[in-house]
Design a protein around this ligand. Structure first.
Ligand code: GDP
Ligand code: MG
Length: 455
């Protein structure tokens, strides 16, 4: 339960101060909102505005600073604990949206006893007061940071608990399995034998759901964390032209002179809902020009940090011996797709058998297929992701899966029910990390530090 007297949150963390922050983005705007949350929120706001209106009603008030000077006037909105975003008393002061004036309202709140909130601290309090679980709190940040409409929709579904509910259902299924296995520890082997088939069924159900969740979660993670794709190839094969075609801009300079691109260029794209960072690089070749050599060095570095490399070749030449040598220098851990560019120059010449994807960056042919290939490589199929996730969640799901498999192995080989029970406990623990049943200060610190201030 939320605590009006501010002693402790339902998750046990002590919260005894009142935080304040500007909740609207910096700059000029129609409104600028200062938000207060905590045990002293009402007292601090009343010191600035006089008596508050009843909860969930709005009043027009002057906002006074410590000297009693009205610095702005606007709407006051009061949410009484526990029916607020944070679960604490929350007051919003909605004034005029200017950098200076909103800052003065915040300064007045701080002078009246509030403390400047850290990034994500309002959401952290919402989590600590059980207003949402950890995966939902993360979805708040992912919704705010969503780079595409699909990403925003997926984050909204996670915020509504679509992902958390599936994790919780799985948690209940795991508890069922644990109950059976721990119960079996008390029986002799002959007695325990009768429930083997039922236990196997329960474990298979849990594993199937875990795998389904991992598959859906992999798609969801792409939407929040995006996908980084680099374009590689020899000079003049059309890398920068492809970059511009996919980005729909003229970001990269294109000329017929080999060695034009010397820097690493990045563009953010929305590939049918998939947020992609596309990286254009200098063409790979031996060069005496120190600037070009630096560009090639940077390109090589960029390849190690991307998830997919589009290796472009001139369709008229196909993959040459030089290309094979260059491709061998690409980081082996990163997938690469060979793409034939300048297909428009092939005329009637047919593509060689088993030819890779052929495109024309100049006239756009094959680009739709290329986009599909990129999406497929990212593991994002046609259906939009049902919810958003993060690598942290997938990592926990994978560990849960591993423990479950080990447990199953021990049970199958018989006589190792103790070890199986231990693995099932570990599976339960890993899964619990997702919604924050078993959190640590360090984990919470890391998660909420990624939020914006005022959320
Ligand atoms: P980069 O060095 O790999 O970045 O290659 P650029 O994008 O700078 O292109 C080199 C030259 O090839 C330019 O003259 C482009 O106009 C031309 N080019 C690029 N893509 C195509 C294509 O698909 N078809 C044709 N006909 N020309 C292209
Ligand atoms: Mg270029």
């Amino acid at each position: 339960m939320a605590t009006a007297d501010g002693t402790s949150s339902s998750r046990g963390a002590a919260i005894n101060d009142t935080i304040a922050a500007i909740a609207t983005p910096p700059g000029r705007g129609a409104v600028g909102i200062v938000r207060l949350s905590g045990p002293e929120a009402v007292a601090i706001a009343e010191c600035m505005t006089g008596a508050l209106p009843p909860p969930r009603t709005v009043a027009l008030r002057g906002f006074r600073d410590a000297a009693g000077v009205v610095v702005d006037h606007g709407l006051v909105l009061y949410f009484k604990a526990p029916h607020s975003y944070t679960g604490e008393d929350v007051v919003e002061l909605q004034g005029h949206g200017g950098t200076v004036v909103t800052g003065m309202v915040l300064a007045a709140a701080l002078a009246a006893g509030a403390r400047q909130a850290r990034p994500g601290e309002f959401s952290q309090r919402a989590y600590l007061n059980d207003r949402m679980d950890l995966a939902q709190a993360e979805a708040v940040a992912d919704l705010i940071d969503a780079a595409t409409r699909s990403a925003a929709r997926a984050a909204e579904r996670s915020l509504q608990g679509v992902f958390s509910r599936r994790v919780e259902a799985l948690q209940r299924a795991l508890i069922e399995v644990r109950v059976r296995v721990e119960g079996a520890l008390d029986f002799s082997e002959e007695e325990a034998g009768w429930f083997g088939a039922e236990l196997q069924w329960a474990m298979e159900q849990a594993r199937d759901e875990l795998e389904a969740l991992l598959a859906a979660g992999t798609q969801g993670r792409r939407l929040t964390e995006g996908y980084t794709v680099a374009i590689a190839g020899q000079p003049n094969v059309g890398k920068s032209t492809l970059m511009n075609r996919l980005a729909g801009t003229d970001a990269a300079i294109v000329t017929a002179i080999p060695g034009t691109t010397r820097d690493v260029l990045r563009e953010s794209l929305d590939l049918d809902g998939l947020p992609v960072t596309l990286v254009d690089t200098a063409g790979l070749r031996d060069s005496d020009d120190p600037i070009e050599r630096e560009g090639i060095l940077r390109a090589t570095h960029a390849f190690t940090r991307c998830e997919l490399i589009l290796y472009l070749v001139d369709a008229r030449e196909g993959v040459t011996a030089t290309d094979r040598t260059l491709m061998a220098t690409l980081p082996p851990a990163v997938r690469h797709l060979v793409i034939l560019n300048k297909a428009d120059l092939l005329g009637e010449r047919p593509l060689p058998d088993g030819a890779p994807l052929a495109i024309s960056a100049a006239d756009g042919r094959g680009i739709a297929q290329l986009v599909r290939a990129i999406r497929e490589s990212a593991g994002v199929e046609d259906a939009p992701a049902a919810f958003s996730t993060r690598s942290r969640h997938l990592d926990a799901l994978r560990r849960t899966h591993d423990h479950l498999e080990l447990a199953w192995g021990y049970l199958r080989d018989g006589d190792a029910a103790e070890l199986a029970a231990e693995e099932l406990r570990a599976a339960h623990r890993s899964l619990g990390e997702i919604c924050g049943e078993l959190d640590s200060e360090e984990l919470l610190g890391r998660i909420f530090a990624g939020f914006c201030i005022g959320k």
